[in-house]
Write a protein that binds this ligand. Sequence first.
Ligand SMILES: Cc1ncc(COP(=O)(O)O)c(C=O)c1O
Length: 397
Amino acid sequence: MTFQPELLESCRRDTPGASQRIHFNNAGAALMPRQVLEAMQQHLSLEMQMGGYEAAAFARRDIAGFYGAVARLLNTEPRNIAFAGSATDAYNKALSAIPFEPGDFILTTNDDYVSNQIAFIQAERRFGTRVIRAAALPEGGVDPDSVEQLVRKHKPKLVAVTHMPTNSGLVQPIEAIGQICRQHNCLYLVDACQSAGQAPLDVQRIHCDFLSATFRKFLRGPRGAGFLYVSSRVLDQGLAPLFLDLHSADWIASDAYQLHPDAYRFELWERSYALVLGSKAAAEYALQIGLDNIQARVRLLAATLRERLADIPGLRILDRGSERSGIVSVHAPGRKPLPLKIALEAQRINSSISSHNAALIDFDDKGVDWALRFSPHYYNSEAEVDAVVNAMKALVS
Ligand SMILES: Cc1ncc(COP(=O)(O)O)c(C=O)c1O
């Protein structure tokens, strides 16, 4: 399937919000298609009528289908998928499973997500680990040679890379880094929060041990839902999050428990099944359109927007790297971002602001203290790109 005009029209018909406003904040939270809302409403209604436990038992086949749908997104098996409350929830569970010892290295990049950077600093304080960051290439993005050199020198316990950073249009070479991790036997954690639903992800090619993401962004699912992929290698080594519950393990003697054999050991028993079913509907919707198809359209819209914004005097495009994502980040020297965002909102255009402390290293390097972020999705139209460009021209020229 390619992105024919009929497909765009049907996606827009499925997306009531698309007729209300120009939503270029898909990197924040996308507009949900009605199928996602309906899946959640149906389950909440069942809970109201039958009782929460009874509704979960009634919907058990559909609920089990969540794992299959996410596994298909990643080219893996359902047993390697855990539901999570958010990308950070998934990420921190993965971190908590790693038996860090004083002196262990965590190797990451300058562009990894802010919360991940905070967690690495916390690990330094709590476990005596050390964070090192690989050098960047002159054109932006991490240098895989620097990763390799640091891996050889420090033998890090963990290599952690954010695939598509939140604050710029960069795409990091996660497959090349995965090869290095496999060769040197380091654990590899990929933050795919912005790429899940935006681009194809194949964990067999990425060679990661963990991969975390949310549903609310490019997957167009509900808020409060995410997932963690855990490799069979890690499961077979017996790694498990701190702490467990009666779902993630069985209590088998007064002083013993047995871990769940699958990635369910990274979940807790209680969760919102409406969110699980909404997430399943979102994953299935993305699979139906096709991730290659989605990626091609997102790239096209973002590249057009980037190019046209670059022509506006008074605007500076901040995106770097040899490969670019659906995130377009701009800066207007001498201006404040909030009045710009508010003026766009008045024209029913959604954007978002990245602040300095969301991207300390990157923004210092670029010499800016904020960015305005536009993030179109496949259901956005060329006419919407025109409208955003015209609005920005009028605001900054
Ligand atoms: C790259 C990246 N990683 C992680 C997160 C955190 O996701 P969540 O808020 O679902 O924990 C975000 C959120 O913007 C992100 O952009």
